[in-house]
Design a binder for this molecule. Structure first.
Ligand SMILES: [Zn+2]
Length: 318
């Protein structure tokens, strides 16, 4: 319901029209395969001998291993963080155990447009092929129902499924400053990362403290997406203001809002005039941590869920 409100309030007429446009989909007698391996209830954790072995046999076949040194500060600041390589290994292993055919798994992502998010996207594309972008600023799933349905229209009705990797991100500088991203051509010079999230948090702080007035609509229609990110954060102004480290709290708040949106998008987008589209949808979400050049990146996994062809949540991986 909140997405509808934002679309109506925040989007120009053309975008609002897109959000309610319709697609024709092939309808099949789709089925749900529920995984039963209890190991699937185990959350992804950091590297062990077992996962290292899996990395060699799993990701390397696609050339989807990210090279670089470990960056211990990432796990000091975010204790549950794992490397991209570990995260991708977990995704592949989990999907295989869920009877997904990787060659018939359609990829969707809801990640920020910041260039620092492209390495994760590139690694995913090596495994699953072409990517359907559902995300926008700060990783918010601004592509909405229309974008989701477009992704599902690509599913092979003969055993195909979808996987969505979603979440926001935060840069970590060489000195361990969260919210500061170092670029390949600017090593040692951190800039705002995620810029969209941080700028939105500054707006929210201003509104909360009475320094600025709340915008009823985008101040600049050419920057409407940023307005939507601000609207997502506004209900959490007090939580952000009272947090011990706003730059660490910020991605968690944003991720939680994004997940709520995505769940609603899956529920609404899986129905087309009362008919189901084929294919299950596995979602893996959390916070990407962008490290300085030369280091591997990290991901804080916060949810792994399986949705049936009707959009119902059929399984939680962790
Ligand atoms: Zn960003």
């Amino acid at each position: 319901m909140r997405l509808c409100r934002l679309l109506v309030v925040g989007a120009p007429p053309a975008a609002a029209a897109l959000a309610v446009s319709t697609f024709c989909f092939q309808v099949t007698n789709a089925f749900v395969v529920a995984p039963h391996d209890p190991l699937l209830r185990t959350p992804p954790t950091t590297t062990t001998t077992t996962t290292t072995t899996r990395l060699q046999s799993s990701l390397q076949q696609w050339g989807a291993v990210q090279e670089g040194e470990l960056f211990p500060l990432a796990q000091e600041l975010f204790p549950n963080a794992i490397t991209y390589n570990e995260f991708l290994t977990y995704i592949v292993d989990t999907l295989v155990q869920s009877n997904f055919d990787i060659s018939k798994t359609v990829l969707g992502t809801s990640l920020c447009g910041d260039e620092l998010n492209r390495p994760l996207e590139q690694l995913l594309k090596k495994i699953f092929g072409a990517n359907n972008q559902i995300g926008g600023m700060a990783g918010c799933p601004l592509g909405g129902v229309t974008s989701f349905r477009k992704m599902k229209s690509a599913v092979d009705p003969n055993g195909g499924n979808c996987v969505i990797v979603q979440g926001t991100h935060a840069g970590i500088s060489s000195q361990g400053q969260v919210g500061s991203g170092e670029r390949p051509n600017k090593q040692g010079e951190g800039d705002l990362c995620c810029a969209s999230a941080i700028l939105a948090s500054q707006y929210v702080s201003g509104v909360y403290n009475g320094a600025i007035a709340r915008e009823a609509s985008p101040a600049n229609p050419m920057d409407a997406s940023q307005f939507l990110v601000q609207e997502m954060l506004l209900p959490h102004a007090q939580r952000l203001e009272e947090s011990q480290n706003k730059m660490i709290e910020l991605p968690y708040v944003l991720y939680e809002e994004q997940l709520g949106f995505l769940k609603q998008i899956i529920a609404d987008g899986s129905q087309q005039q009362g008919e189901q589209q084929p294919g299950q949808v596995a979602v893996f979400g959390g916070i990407a941590l962008n490290t300085p050049p030369g280091y591997v990146d990290y991901f804080v996994p916060l949810n792994g869920n399986l949705y049936g062809p009707d959009g119902a949540n059929t399984w939680s991986y962790f």
